[in-house]
Structures are given as C-alpha cells and as structure tokens.
Design a protein around this ligand. Structure first.
Ligand SMILES: *[C@@H]1O[C@H](CO)[C@@H](O)[C@H](O)[C@H]1NC(C)=O
Ligand SMILES: *[C@@H]1O[C@H](CO)[C@@H](O)[C@H](O)[C@H]1NC(C)=O
Ligand SMILES: *[C@@H]1O[C@H](CO)[C@@H](O)[C@H](O)[C@H]1NC(C)=O
Length: 128
C-alpha cells in the first residue's frame, strides 16, 4: 500500500487535521470551510492506495447587492442585520412601495435561493 503525499489544498477550505509528515493507507484528514462558506461533499478524506479520496468543495456566500436591489425595485422582506447568506439559504424579497411582482399568480414570487454565491434577484414593476 502506497503512502499519500500531503493532503489536497481546498479553495476556501481549512484542513482541520491531523497534520502528519506522511500519511499511510487508510489514514484520514478532516476539512472545514472558511467563514460563510458551505461545505459540499465529504468532510473526511482518506488516503487510499496513494491517492486521496473525493474531497469536498467550499461554496461561497451570497452578498446582497443594494444597487441590484434598487434597480429591481425590491427590498428584503424580513429585517436583517447581515447582508450575507450561505449557499442554500432562502431569501425573501418584497416590492418597494408602488411596485408589484409581474406574475402575481406565482406562489412566493419574491423568494429566491443563494446558489453557489449567485443570487437571482426577483424584479418588481411599477403599478399602474
Ligand atoms: C509509508 O510511510 C512510513 C512512515 O510513515 C514508512 O515506514 C513506510 O515505509 C512507507 N511506505 C511506503 C510504501 O512508502
Ligand atoms: C492513484 O492515482 C494514480 C494516478 O492518478 C492512478 O494511476 C492510480 O490508479 C490510482 N490508484 C487508485 C487505487 O485509485
Ligand atoms: C452590484 O451590482 C452592480 C451591477 O450589477 C455592479 O456593477 C457592482 O459592482 C455590484 N456591487 C458589488 C459591491 O458587488
């Protein structure tokens, strides 16, 4: 059984350990993610016949963009201290006063989800 070289570096990830000079077959290491990052995949990675098994990825957060919100005539539905959301978080917007969602029949038209750091902002149009 082959030993493994040093564990892989994961972008925005943190190697929690153990940190060893050499890893034998069957050894494992644990990963976490930097703050506001979502760990996707296995947090434990194993040394297997000289290779490391499947590693996780750390998905970035969504940061609200006030410029985009203003141009779409929306605001957050719930008062929020932080403008940062993790991957997978649901975010609910509502229209600014005097505006409405174009598809009023759709359930929760103001709801959207943070997807790998990207946020699709709902759009409101002026009421006539
Ligand atoms: C793996 O590393 C150990 C020391 O940690 C060493 O004794 C052993 O010979 C190594 N095995 C191989 C196949 O290189
Ligand atoms: C380990 O990786 C090497 C090179 O990518 C590959 O040739 C080998 O088959 C792999 N071993 C296992 C057990 O997957
Ligand atoms: C917000 O969005 C606008 C237009 O989409 C872009 O030009 C700007 O750089 C963004 N601001 C931040 C802080 O990302």
């Amino acid at each position: 059984a082959q030993n493994c070289t040093s564990p892989p570096v994961i972008k925005n990830g943190v190697l929690l350990g153990p940190l060893l000079p050499s890893y034998k077959n069957g050894n494992s290491v644990e990963y976490g993610c930097q703050r506001y990052h979502f760990l996707d995949g296995p947090s434990t990675v194993y040394c297997e016949q000289g290779n490391w098994t499947e590693r996780p990825t750390c998905l970035g957060p969504c940061i609200l963009n006030v410029t985009d919100m203003n141009s779409n005539n929306i605001e957050l539905k719930w008062r929020q201290e932080e403008f940062i959301f993790l991957h997978g978080d649901l975010i609910e917007f509502e229209c600014k006063q005097g505006y409405k969602f174009p598809h009023a029949t759709m359930p929760s038209p103001g709801r959207t989800q943070c997807e790998r750091g990207r946020l699709k902002y709902p759009k409101c149009e002026r009421m006539f």
